[in-house]
Design a protein around this ligand. Structure first.
Ligand SMILES: [Zn+2]
Length: 217
């Protein structure tokens, strides 16, 4: 019994060290470290307690905005091993970004003080598959078609069509790059903050084989 209690104490101390270490890291490093833990099969699931939630009731202070796909394989908190109050999450199929999403990101940056925005694309994205396959008449709804039309209008996707390099992976990457460029040039808030270096906007790609997230910068 004593030994078990001792072990529990050591584990609790280790976890609290982990948590303090995590909080001391800059946002990008915290995400990279969290993804390493997820990939290695040893996530610590930080900040998941009711106490954490009650502490946050007074106000949230997330370190990062993650713009990702709604896909059930891409939950940012799990794949970056983060917890309550850590990530301000904006999710749409194909991580497409319109006015509602831009407003959400601007709110997180301006009012919650997020210093990092990550646009996260992923392998096997259904929205990009729909875009590649829609000429075969596979899309039954105007709402889904509006996502495909958004992707189709991206300069990056059009450039791919010109070079005939239209694989799913290259389409995913082009869509992610489009999101980064769109945010970096977005008026009236994000462009200025990015140029002043007050907010960093980066793209990343998520590998479904090993869970690795590769940042592009
Ligand atoms: Zn997707």
């Amino acid at each position: 019994m004593k030994m078990l209690l001792g072990l529990a104490l050591v584990l609790a101390t280790l976890m609290s060290c982990q948590s303090r270490y995590e909080e001391a890291l800059p946002p990008l490093e915290a995400l990279k470290a969290g993804n390493q833990r997820f990939m290695s099969g040893h996530p610590v699931h930080p900040h998941e307690t009711l106490k954490r939630l009650r502490d946050l009731k007074k106000g949230q202070d997330p370190h990062t905005v993650v713009v990702s796909c709604s896909d059930s394989r891409v939950p940012p908190e799990l794949i970056f091993d983060q917890g309550l109050g850590d990530i301000f999450s904006v999710r749409t199929a194909g991580n497409v970004i319109g006015d509602y999403e831009l407003g959400s990101i601007e709110y997180a940056v301006e009012h919650l003080g997020c210093k990092l925005v990550v646009v996260l694309g992923h392998e096997e994205c259904g929205a990009l598959k729909a875009y590649l396959g829609h000429r075969d008449g596979e899309i039954s709804s105007d709402h889904i078609m509006s996502i495909v039309a958004y992707i189709e209008n991206e300069e990056e996707e059009q450039a791919l069509e010109m070079t005939d390099n239209m694989s799913l992976d290259s389409a995913v990457q082009a869509n992610m790059k489009h999101g980064v460029k769109l945010l970096q040039s977005s008026e009236p808030i994000l462009r200025h903050l990015a140029e002043k270096g007050e907010v960093k906007i980066v793209g990343a790609l998520y590998n479904l084989d090993n869970g690795e997230i590769t940042f592009m910068h």
